[in-house]
Write a protein that binds this ligand. Structure first.
Ligand SMILES: Nc1nc2c(ncn2[C@@H]2O[C@H](COP(=O)(O)OP(=O)(O)OP(=O)(O)O)[C@@H](O)[C@H]2O)c(=O)[nH]1
Ligand SMILES: [Mg+2]
Length: 443
């Protein structure tokens, strides 16, 4: 996805990783390269300029805190790109039946996306039906039928109907049997009067709870005008961007996300019915930059859990001042060295380790790892933020239950509390004794 822009940005970041001193000169070089990469990949020029300006200002003004200058730069790039592509949002399906209408121009991917959404929500336990309202294109009804049969979802079509509102009238008595009705509408080359009237008629008769604009990634800047025009016609709250897989240059997709000025809820990433992704800006940008969901920073801990690092992490632990990044390091170290309990019990003065922590098993730790990798920088550094929709998103991203995320947060809090309970006078001694080299030798 996003082809050459991804390659270019990743190469630039790789270069940064390889530099010994990250100074002003290198900063300027890198920013210049980045600007070029964005523009030659079809990101709108003004957008690219303002992106670079912001990044430069922030690198100069913000203090690194726990980051090295390089890490701080990567973080700022990541953060600014996340801002460009906007906020992610989950569709809220409420009330029964919840009615979604997909609108958009010719070939934008409405019909395919209708089926993708139906499959997505069916999988999540909703009773879904497709409603074909495209009376304009001859084969449209057949396409809905074929797709619906493929994903085994009920469908309402009428191949002889001339007006979409007729089809709505014909079937509306049955809508109440479903949680979700997803309606496919006709496209046109442009938002002409015919299409306007048609959408107005559908709106009046169908009364959608949610109208979603379907826009292909390759239209780039013109996404703005299109979104604005459709918004005047129906209340567009959300956007789905399709063909994220196919854009030749990739930057157009970024621009499209930015220009629609509406939250992007899903991305279409291929022709198949399961090629739909919930849009999650942070993980999207991580992938774009090759951070693999914040992996680059965590990777350091994964690859080499050095004695020094372990000591640094444990020293923070003893001071009651540590976050998920440190926690992750601890987990990694523990994975390499044996069970958690063994280590904890070897630390003099540490009694009353909660049983759940002692019982942390390999498999569970691996799942904890997925959870940590689904978190954003902010969340890793500030575990208190993990609740509500953040918690949901993390669980979804990691492919685990919300309960498991809660469990991780709980384990973390226990560990954190434990570290705060320690007697400050003993900390120096403990630090001296907590010598991992020695521990390693003992196992
Ligand atoms: N590569 C790729 N192709 C897609 C995606 N979504 C849709 N398509 C393809 O784009 C073409 C048009 O898709 P449709 O779903 O028929 O588009 P539509 O908006 O319903 O088109 P009209 O009804 O004619 O306005 C088809 O060949 C789809 O297979 C996507 O995310 N990626
Ligand atoms: Mg269609």
């Amino acid at each position: 996805m996003l082809g050459d822009l991804q390659d270019k940005l990743r190469n630039i970041l790789r270069k940064i990783e390889g530099t010994a001193h990250f100074d002003e000169k290198i900063l300027e070089e890198v920013l210049k390269e980045m600007q070029k990469a964005l523009i030659t990949s079809d990101v709108d020029t003004n957008l690219a300029f303002s992106f670079i300006e912001h990044a430069r200002k922030r690198v100069r003004e913000e203090k690194g805190l726990k980051f090295t200058k390089k890490e701080q730069f990567i973080y700022i790039i990541y953060d600014e790109l996340t801002k460009i592509i906007g906020t992610g949002k989950k569709l809220e399906i409420s009330g029964k039946p919840y009615k979604i209408l997909l609108v958009g121009l010719f070939g934008s991917g409405k019909t395919t996306t209708a089926a993708k959404l139906a499959k997505y929500y069916k999988k999540r336990g909703y009773k879904v039906a497709l409603l074909g309202l495209d009376t304009y294109r001859a084969a449209a009804m057949k396409q809905v039928k074929q797709l619906a049969e493929k994903i085994q979802v009920p469908y309402f079509i009428d191949e002889s109907a001339k007006k979409p509102e007729k089809i709505v009238k014909e079937f509306e008595g049955k809508f109440g049997n479903y949680d979700l009705i997803i309606a496919d509408s006709a496209g046109r080359d442009a938002l002409d009067n015919k299409l306007r009237d048609e959408i107005k008629d559908i709106k009046r008769e169908f009364q959608p709870d949610e109208s979603i604009l379907v826009i292909p990634a390759d239209i780039g800047q013109s996404a703005k005008e299109q979104a604005q025009n459709f918004r005047k016609l129906v209340n567009i709250k959300n956007v789905i961007i399709t063909k994220m897989d196919g854009t030749a240059k990739g930057g157009g997709a970024l621009t499209a996300c930015y220009e629609t000025e509406s939250p992007v809820v899903f991305l279409g990433t291929g022709e198949k019915v399961d090629e739909l992704e919930e849009f999650e800006p942070e993980s999207f940008v991580s992938r774009l930059l090759g951070l693999g969901d914040i992996k680059s920073l965590l990777q350091k801990a994964q690859e080499a859990f050095s004695v020094e690092e372990a000591q640094e992490a444990s020293s923070k632990f003893f001071k009651g001042d540590f976050n998920f990044i440190d926690f992750h390091k601890q987990l990694e170290g523990i994975k390499k060295m044996g069970s958690f309990g063994k280590i904890m019990n070897m630390i003099p003065g540490v009694a009353g380790v909660p049983k759940e922590l002692l019982d942390l098993q390999e498999g569970k730790m691996e799942r904890f790892d997925y959870i940590l990798q689904s978190m954003t920088f902010e969340e890793l550094r500030n575990p208190k933020k993990i609740k509500g929709t953040r918690l949901q998103r993390i669980a979804f991203g990691a492919g685990v239950s919300e309960e498991e995320v809660r469990e991780l947060v709980k384990s973390f809090n226990q560990l954190s509390k434990l570290s705060k309970k320690m007697n400050p006078r003993k900390i120096k001694d403990l630090e001296k004794n907590f010598n991992l080299k020695k521990l390693k030798g003992m196992m």
